[in-house]
Design a protein around this ligand. Structure first.
Ligand SMILES: Cc1cc2nc3c(=O)[nH]c(=O)nc-3n(C[C@H](O)[C@H](O)[C@H](O)COP(=O)(O)OP(=O)(O)OC[C@H]3O[C@@H](n4cnc5c(N)ncnc54)[C@H](O)[C@@H]3O)c2cc1C
Length: 545
């Protein structure tokens, strides 16, 4: 039975509402949680910092923002009606369309009535006596629930380096994930972009098309592969609608839950001519096939990786007119695919324009932001606008911004100082009834996310349903299960080249953050199997009481 009555705790000065489950975040994960938990008859409250639904697609409104997953593999799969009525206009939809889609989902399933917008959760404490979570909001409210489920995203804590003088800049300045809701006109402006990751690659391409002057401040170039986007015509639309079961079956079988799956052969076992023909074929295909449909050892074996890396380096050089600029854009300190691969639609050509300048800030670091622009140790750049495409405190950042305290009062952020410690990426020992959807070490982190979000949400809601059926109040990961899972995650990554590369996957983009792999490289099918086995064995590795 829903129990949404108000509870006034002794001495409380703020109203505290009580629910069966509190969810933090109203992105793809949070919306699907409402849908599933409602079916169990639970009272739910979702707290969302933004003023609308959509999460990533609510915040990231910068020019060029779009996903790199095929549209028809990115939508929810749980409703046939939704699949048949929604028509993606492009193979890789842009942000406004994805936001419209998520708003449509929220309306269609009447999800908004359980969401409280403009509400940021700042603390969560587990009350061992009452066996419930007490949650505190920045806006001065409180709420309580048996279950707390974080749906706070892996790329939702924007990061801006602590540049000297940052507040002194007199022009406009935005992080890409805190973009204005109104269109911005750059046609007469001198714009500076700091960063050249996946977001920056999309943004720079778009801004370069209509800007007074653009200066790009690059620390680490990335290997960008052509996206090859295009509209979906009526014939293809019909084909897609008819083949959704096959699309989702395919996604269930592949490592990253994309339609692309690795070729199990080693790049080293294939004759050079055949190998290059395969590289060329994958290069000419849309999407991530060149990364996640390539020879399986390109991300594990340095020799195999070197082959694909050289192929991409040549492609980059071919696209940039000035050989000095081309060389600046060719990564030298890591191999292809070991960091998030940006997909591009004219990125390299942008540097062939006279009004686009590339500045190497590894060679000459940014010294400070000034009232009129950016000063590196080699030169000063006058700007009207600064865009921080400086990424996120990925995966754990949204967690450490909340003061989460479990049994006995330890803070989750302290527990994770040396890197996350979790069981299945779903719970951390000492934090009972706290489920971390798409949390660190969770299979959903290295994934075509909606596919793995659905798996996560279904697993969590099935678990809660099981507990309710059996009158179980509390589920807590054991320290032994947590140790084994954390060791497993770390062992798996050591077999790959990700472990040898600095990236946000490893947390190295954030000063002071412990170098530690934040994701899961065992692949989506094995993760799903492991979760299913745990559930089938009565939630093995958890204590239920
Ligand atoms: C630019 C960009 C491109 C991407 N492209 C792809 C792609 O091609 N394919 C892919 O699979 N994934 C992509 N992703 C990852 C993307 O985040 C996921 O696909 C998906 O949107 C995650 O949904 P989510 O609901 O789990 O998290 P999010 O969408 O991140 O939503 C989390 C929500 O939680 C809220 N929140 C966080 N902390 C608090 C708090 N303390 N209090 C209240 N609310 C809080 C946030 O405001 C946010 O709305 C991309 C991400 C970015 C940033």
């Amino acid at each position: 039975m829903p129990n949404t009555q108000r509870v006034a705790p002794p001495g409380a000065t703020i109203p505290v509402d009580q629910y069966d489950a509190i969810v933090i975040g109203a992105g793809i994960s949070g919306l699907y949680l409402i849908y599933r938990l409602r079916k169990l008859g639970l009272s739910i409250r979702v707290f969302e910092a933004g003023s609308g639904v959509g999460g990533t697609w609510y915040w990231n409104r910068y020019p060029g923002a779009r996903f790199d997953s095929e549209s028809y593999s990115y939508g929810y799969s749980f409703s046939d009606e939704l699949l048949q009525e929604w028509e993606w206009s492009e193979h890789f939809a842009a942000q406004p369309e994805t936001l419209r889609y998520l708003e449509h989902v929220a309306d269609k399933f009447d999800l908004r009535r359980d969401i409280q917008f403009n509400t940021k959760v700042i603390a969560a404490n587990y009350d061992e006596v009452k066996k419930c979570w007490e949650v505190e909001m920045e806006e001065g409210m409180g709420a309580r629930a048996q279950f707390l489920i974080t749906a706070i995203g892996i790329l939702s804590a924007p990061y801006i380096p602590d540049f000297d003088g940052i507040d002194s800049f007199a022009g406009d300045a935005w992080h890409t994930a805190a973009w204005p809701h109104e269109p911005v006109d750059f046609s007469t402006k001198r714009v500076g972009v700091i960063g050249t990751g996946a977001t920056a690659v999309q943004l720079i391409t778009e801004v370069a098309k209509n800007v007074g002057h653009l200066t790009v401040f690059q620390r680490t170039p990335n290997y960008c592969k052509p996206l090859r986007n295009g509209p979906i015509d009526a014939h293809r639309q019909a084909e897609i609608k008819a083949s959704y079961p096959d699309i989702f079956k395919r996604c269930r079988e592949t490592f990253g839950a994309f339609i692309h799956g690795f070729d199990e052969r080693s790049a080293l076992d294939v004759p050079a001519e055949e190998r290059n023909a395969m590289f060329e074929a994958l290069w000419s295909q849309p999407g991530f096939g060149f990364w996640l449909g390539n020879f399986s050892d390109i991300l594990a074996n340095e020799e195999a990786n070197a082959l694909v890396t050289e192929f991409v380096r040549t492609k980059i050089r071919e696209q940039v007119t000035d050989p000095i600029v081309a060389e600046m854009l060719v990564p030298k300190n890591h191999g292809f695919g070991t960091r998030r691969v940006p997909l591009e639609s004219g990125y390299y050509e942008a540097y062939n324009r006279d009004n686009v300048l590339l500045v190497d800030v590894r060679a000459a670091p940014i010294e400070r932001i000034t009232p009129t622009g950016i000063k590196t140790c080699a030169a000063e750049y006058n700007l009207d606008v600064i865009i921080y495409a400086t990424g996120f405190d990925a995966v754990t950042g949204a967690f450490t911004q909340i003061d989460i305290r479990g049994e006995g009062g330890p803070a989750l952020k302290d527990k994770w100082t040396d890197g996350p410690r979790t069981y299945l990426g779903m719970q951390s020992a000492g934090f009972p009834n706290l489920f971390t959807v798409v949390g660190p070490h969770n299979g959903a982190t290295f994934c075509n996310l909606p596919r793995c979000i659905e798996q996560n949400v279904e697993w969590v809601s099935d678990c809660i349903g099981y507990m309710r059926d059996k009158n179980i109040e509390r589920i807590a990961a054991t320290p032994e299960a947590e140790n084994a899972w954390t060791a497993h995650v770390n062992e798996l990554v050591e077999e790959t080249l990700f472990a040898k590369t600095d990236s946000w996957f490893m947390g190295t983009n954030i000063p002071g953050k412990k170098r530690s792999f934040l994701m899961y490289t065992g692949g989506s099918p094995s993760y799903r199997q492991k979760c299913d086995d745990v559930a089938a064995n009565g939630y093995e590795g958890f204590v239920l009481d």
